[in-house]
Design a protein around this ligand. Structure first.
Ligand code: NBY
Length: 828
């Protein structure tokens, strides 16, 4: 450590936060001239973005250091959020906002000849996630920092985020998202933090001098995990937490044997393979694919994170039994479930803790969040693959399972079937490790992400575990979104208007304060301002559409939006069938009828998993319909269909504030929560949705007059599916007309859509036909109600006023209180 006589000097010259605009400008120019080695003569927008972000980064690092020091001295319980996905989007605007230096930066760069908007556009999205699950993790770490909890995120530093999507000839084409080309100013490489991770090898046991059986795992391949830290600034607080992302590197000794044997080239080739572990994000949402590299990623990340967490705990010199008093670990879905086994392994094999004591520590440390009931999304790893990659972990899982099944057998001695049903090992050929069961058994709390979903997991997929553990282990924490990004940043004009009425921006920290605008719902002046802002946001989106799709849309039309991953259960197919129905209706209208009709712009966006044929077909159909409809002079402004390519976080920030209606129309019981539904309503759009996920709670909060609901309820779904399987259910007549149009070639080669249509005419698993009439009725109501501008705007205002519950700050408080048992640490 530094001798005391030197410390004063350190304090004197320690980096301070820049106070005002001039200091920012000084730093900006210093970074242009030194960090970037550029000058006034060759500073383009990209360089200016880089210099500005370097200046902001410096400031973040000062706050980050302060926070970490504070948290270390306070020595209180921390939470670790383990997520294989963090869908962060852009960082710069958020960093300026949260550090409270947006105005300084904006006018600071303006004086130097740049527009802040242009600089922000230079930043590539950090797209290290697929969809809702990854974006939830991003909102959560924002809220953990903003509410002053000591908490870290742990993830992987993928070199390639979610692929970029282009539309070629109506089809999705993927290209790699190499997002690190111009380096990433928002990360701090920690080359000194290196952790060795092993795969493969074999296990062996021996009895030591104390007569104790010791297990060893050895002889495997080694790779190294290197830490990259991303500061996570809270809003309106000094707290700046950490997101630690791991990258894989070859170990220095990687293949010494080969190297010494003179096989230099193959030694280098082998060591390059280490880098592939963290290279690419798997692009599936709500679908499990059992690739070995994926399991490798999971173990690599989990082992590095636990090593880090355990090392930090050991520095406090506490006894092991206090581990759960210092550490809470949340499993974001089953992807990090190996952490349960890894912690047990560290405790029993490395630290010599007895099995039962160790298992107690483990289960008191972990909480598990489930995000889906779809069977095809539940992770199961083949035992042979697992045993080969992680032999010691497989042994420990067998042991965990044995103790668990013994307990169950004692509790329910007569129920033989129960044991097979709840076993971590599925007795298929080959056997499979059921990760969700392991996560439940290894955690003290299991939660779903919206009320209906949390009920459904208790009554369907995890029913037996409720019998075994009782209902208290299972709970609900309804998802939320950060109002910083999804109101203030995405919709600054609306945020400013609200602030002007409620007197401050405090609602960005306490979203329930939105309630204060409810009395203004019928105030004509406020309504006018509200409508003007919506218009502005629609014009902003229209400009984007003009640029990306090359045609104009009418900003007075109803903007109808469905943007999310393309999946059959989310039913974009039903939406586009509805659009076709609308098109056919318009074609059949008289001139008078056309005058009465409500003009619509139907906007779609979203990526399909690259191997998901049906989802790709849906994208093709949307684009085919768009081409025909938009070129049809009979239709004019009454209907336009837009597919926005490469939907991502930064596009969502433009799309969400521009919607009049957004669609959240999953088959009831299939969408665990949804989070974009919350974003749309918070921005003054109304929802057309099914009685599913968080739509139900949104309805309760905003009132059923302020949402358009339709379709069968979750409780009817099973019966309806049964009917489809065992009897002939007639196709909905309107849907039949739609299919006839497709089959007659109205939208090009009908052969392309054969399987899409037969998925509905056949078993109709997602109940498109069953819900179609109800959907059309709801759409009709939307058309009518949109004409009544006053009522529409008052509904929009009322809905926003009642969205306080859906702040991710509230969700985090619930996790902290009922699962993590952590408390905020104020920086004051
Ligand atoms: O998590 C989503 C749910 O569908 C949505 O309803 C919910 O609001 C959101 C947050 O709780 N799930 C989701 O996005 N899942 C994935 O992206 C995902 C990704 C990969 C895998 C499974 C699911 N995988 O097994 O590879």
């Amino acid at each position: 450590s530094i001798p005391s006589e030197s410390r004063q000097l350190w304090q004197k010259f320690g980096v301070k936060e820049f106070g005002g605009k001039e200091e920012f400008q000084q730093e900006f120019i210093r970074h242009v001239e030194t960090t970037l080695a550029r000058s006034i003569y060759n500073c383009d927008d990209l360089a200016a973005y880089q210099a500005a972000s370097q200046a902001i980064r410096d400031r973040l690092i000062v706050a980050w250091n302060k926070t970490q020091q504070k948290h270390t001295t306070k020595d209180r319980k921390r939470v670790y959020y383990l997520s294989l996905e963090f869908l962060m989007g852009r960082a710069m605007d958020n960093a300026m906002l949260n550090a409270g230096i947006k105005d300084i930066t904006k006018s600071g760069v303006a004086d130097l000849g740049f527009k802040i908007e242009d600089l922000l556009e230079q930043e590539p999205d950090a797209a290290l996630g697929n969809g809702g699950l990854g974006r939830l993790a991003a909102c959560f770490i924002d809220s953990i920092a903003s509410t002053n909890y000591p908490g870290w995120g742990y993830g992987l530093r993928y070199q390639y985020g979610i692929f970029k999507q282009r539309i070629v000839d109506g089809y999705q084409v993927e290209s790699p998202d190499y997002w690190l080309t111009f380096s990433n100013p928002w990360e701090i490489p920690r080359y000194e933090i290196q952790i060795d991770i092993m795969f493969y090898g074999y296990t062996r046991k021996y009895t030591n001098d104390d007569g104790k059986v010791v297990h060893v795992w050895e002889g495997g391949e080694q790779v190294q995990a290197v830490a990259y830290d991303v500061p996570v600034p809270g809003y309106g607080t000094e707290t700046t937490n950490n997101l630690r992302l791991w990258a894989s590197k070859p170990t220095r000794e990687f293949d010494f044997e080969k190297f010494n044997a003179g096989d230099y080239e193959s030694s280098v080739r082998e060591s390059q393979k280490a880098e592939t572990i963290s290279a690419v994000l798997y692009p599936n949402d709500n679908f499990y694919s059992g690739k070995e590299l994926r399991l490798k990623q999971q173990y690599f990340w989990v082992a590095a994170s636990l090593n880090d967490i355990v090392r930090r705990f050991k520095k406090t010199h506490r006894p092991w039994k206090e581990f759960p008093d210092q550490v809470a670990i949340q499993l974001n879905d089953t992807h990090p479930t190996l952490a349960v086994v890894e912690l047990q392994r560290i405790l029993i094999d490395m630290e010599g803790v007895e099995w039962d004591a160790a298992w107690n520590i483990v289960t008191n440390t972990f909480g598990y969040t489930n995000h889906t009931v779809l069977p095809e999304a539940l992770e199961k790893w083949p035992v042979p693959l697992f045993t080969n990659l992680l032999p010691r972990h497989m042994e420990i899982i067998y042991e965990i399972n044995l103790f668990f099944l013994q307990k169950v057998e004692k509790m329910f001695p007569k129920e033989r079937d129960l044991l097979a049903r709840v076993s971590i090992i599925e007795e298929s050929t080959p056997q499979q490790v059921r990760m969700a069961y392991l996560a439940i058994i290894g955690s003290h709390k299991v939660n779903g992400v919206a009320e209906l979903h949390s009920e459904l997991i208790k009554t369907t997929i995890f029913k037996d575990f409720v019998t075994i553990y009782g209902p208290d282990k299972f709970m609900n924490v309804t998802n939320g979104i950060t109002p910083r990004r999804w109101l203030h940043q995405a919709n600054p004009k609306l945020s400013d208007l609200i602030a002007s009425k409620v007197g401050s921006y405090d609602f960005l920290k306490d979203l329930n304060l939105l309630k204060k605008i409810e009395p203004l719902a019928h105030d004509p002046k406020f309504q006018d301002e509200w409508v003007t802002i919506k218009k502005f946001n629609k014009a902003r989106l229209a400009a984007h559409i003009k640029q990306s799709n090359g045609f104009e849309v009418n900003v007075n039309a109803l903007f109808d939006v469905q943007v999310k991953r393309i999946h059959e259960y989310k039913r974009q197919q039903m939406n586009i069938f509805g659009v076709i129905h609308r098109y056919l209706s318009i074609k059949a209208m008289t001139k008078e009828e056309k005058k009465e009709a409500t003009p619509r712009v139907c906007i779609f966006g979203g990526k399909s998993a690259p191997g998901y044929y049906m989802a790709k077909t849906i994208i093709k159909l949307i684009n085919a319909v768009s081409e025909v409809v938009n070129a049809d002079a009979d239709v004019g402004d009454l209907l336009k269909v837009v597919f926005i390519a490469d939907y991502n976080v930064s596009k969502a920030e433009i799309i969400v504030p521009a919607s009049d209606i957004s669609q959240h129309i999953s088959t009831a019981g299939t969408e665990a929560s949804g989070t974009s539904n919350m974003k749309f309503v918070l921005n003054g759009g109304l929802i057309l949705g099914t009685v599913d996920g968080a739509n139900i709670e949104i309805t309760r909060e905003v009132g059923e007059n302020n949402i358009f609901l339709f379709g069968h309820l979750a409780e009817s779904v099973e019966d309806l599916r049964h009917k489809h399987r065992f009897s002939d259910v007639p196709l909905d007549p309107n849907l039949e007309k739609v299919f006839n149009a497709i089959e007659s070639g109205t939208f090009g080669d009908p052969n392309i859509y054969v399987s899409l249509i037969s998925s509905v005419t056949g078993s109709d698993y997602y109940l498109v036909s069953d819900d179609f009439q109800s959907y059309l009725d709801a759409q009709k109501l939307v058309d009518q109600d949109f004409k009544n501008k006053d009522t529409w705007v008052s509904r929009s205002i009322t809905a926003v006023a009642n969205m306080g519950f859906f702040s991710s700050d509230r969700a985090i408080d619930e996790y902290a209180e009922s699962i993590w048992n952590v408390e905020p640490i104020s920086m004051e």
